[in-house]
Structures are given as C-alpha cells and as structure tokens.
Design a protein around this ligand. Sequence first.
Ligand code: NDP
Length: 283
Amino acid sequence: MSAQLIDGNALSTQLRAQIAARVGDLTARGLTPGLAVILVGDDPASAVYVRNKVRACEVTGIRSLLEQYPATLTEAELLARIAALNADPSVHGILVQMPLPRHIDPHKVIEAISIHKDVDGYSVQSAGELMAGLPGLRPCTPWGCMKLIESTGVPIAGRHAVVIGRSNTVGKPMALLLLQAHATVTVCHSGTSDLAAHTRQADLVVVATGRRNTLSADMVKPGAVVIDVGINRGEDGKLCGDVDFDGVRQVAGWITPVPGGVGPMTITMLLANTLQATERAMS
Ligand code: NDP
C-alpha cells in the first residue's frame, strides 16, 4: 500500500485564489487588507520565512509592510512600534517573526498586539477564544493542518487523533481544533511512555516535535492520515519533516510531504487571518 499525498502546494494555490478574490472585492470597496511584518535581528531562517510571507501577500493583493530592525532594538522600541501599528487603521494584521533576540520578552510582545490584529493567533486571548470555542483568529499552522486533513475527505468526527507535541503554537491548539471537530484526541510529548502504543491506535496523527524520524512505519495504523509539521535538515542537508516519509507512506492512507505540505498552508492561513481581521474591522 502506498499513501496518497496531501499536496499542501495545490491546496494553498486553491485557497489563495479564493482569498485573492475576496481581497479584490474589499479593495474595490476602498479597503485593502494590510499586514505588518516585523523582523528583528538577522536570523537567516527568519529572513526566509518573512520573505515568503511578504511575497504571498503581494500575490494575493494584501498590502504588506515589512519593518526590519537590528538585533539591538530594545524591547521598549519594539513595543512602541506595535502600539503605533495597533493604532494604524490601514494595518489589519501584525506579525512579529519569532524568535526574538534574548533581551526581548516574546510574551510581552505577543500580548502587546491588538487582539483584532493578532493574525498569528498566539495571544492569551486568542488561545482562550479557541479553548472556549468562540470565533477568533486561529494559529496558522494547526489551522492549516485542519484544512489539509479536511481536504482528504476522511471524516474527523469520532476518529482517534494523536498529536505528538504540546507547544502553545502547534501541538496544543492542534489538539483543541481536532477536539472541536469531534475527534477523540490524545496528546503525546517527550514524557510519553510508549509513544508507539498510542500512535498505532490513531486514525489521524499530527507530528510536531522538531525531531527527525519521530514517527516510523511500525508506529502507524494502516490507512491512517499522517500530517508532518516538522522542519528539519537531513544528513544530506535536505529539508525533511518529523516523519520517516519513505517508510510511513507504505503504511498510511494519506501523508503530507516535507517540503510542500504544512509549510505553504501556514502562510495561506496567515493570509486568511489577515483577510478575516480586515472583514471584521469593516463590520
Ligand atoms: P517545540 O520545540 O516548541 O515543541 C516540540 C514538542 O515536541 C514538545 O511538546 C516536546 O515535548 C515534543 N517532543 C520532542 N521530542 C519528542 C519525542 N521524542 N517524542 C514525543 N514528543 C516529543 O516545537 P514547535 O511545536 O514550535 O514545532 C515543532 C516542529 O514543527 C519544528 O520542527 C518546527 O520547526 C516545525 N514547525 C513548522 C511549521 C510549518 O509551517 N511547517 C510552523 C511551526 C513549527 P515536551 O513538551 O515534553 O518538551
């Protein structure tokens, strides 16, 4: 058996076309969605992520405002910039690229962003809205994973989903989104004993550990849907995920590749959140 590929690039293209059409409508009515992206320091990976986000905005007609600062920027200076962007009506979303230099408290920065412009969905209030099942801006990566799972047509309700990883940005919100979709959810982490015993029972597995080969073929139930969030470098220097792709695809029913799976969807959901924030600002 060989798993069907869940193509994040193809799904992104489809969703971005829908987003571009709605952005076009808003622009015609005199309101172009605007996303401010703040990059502090010179981390090369962050620079690539930011560039991809800005480019995706351009393609969909969202106005992007890239602000780049040296690593010496103080916390107070960054908070002052965020306050100014919060007050700017032409900016509907604010994204501060993580990680920040060590002298800046990321929690303070996230909480300084207006809840209406929190397009990363990382703030305590956004997390609370997700937890309570209230409308709000959802974290982009887990939301993108939900879209990828939905695209398979495999029902989520009533299925057993295992999430490996419990970070505030991926694992925890992923578990909540799956719970909201009526899956029975198990969350595993580095302290889980016998990870394979859990994953072997799963109809759906989302892996977000940042460790290569966290999930191997012998840990997967035949036919399961496998979503690989991880971004790692293999020994050959090539990009790879947390899943042993070649092995697991022999057992799973559906699988996302790395690259070309979750990555493009994370950016697509950022665009969707910016659009949603703009539409809300209008109403
Ligand atoms: P974190 O490091 O914040 O969290 C990793 C989680 O994995 C932790 O909960 C940790 O457990 C758990 N974990 C680590 N090792 C194991 C193990 N051997 N078995 C079970 N659980 C384990 O990472 P993130 O959640 O931020 O990101 C995860 C991965 O996803 C990274 O590779 C990151 O680069 C990638 N990523 C990709 C995105 C994309 O767009 N494609 C977006 C965001 C992230 P514990 O809590 O006990 O330490």
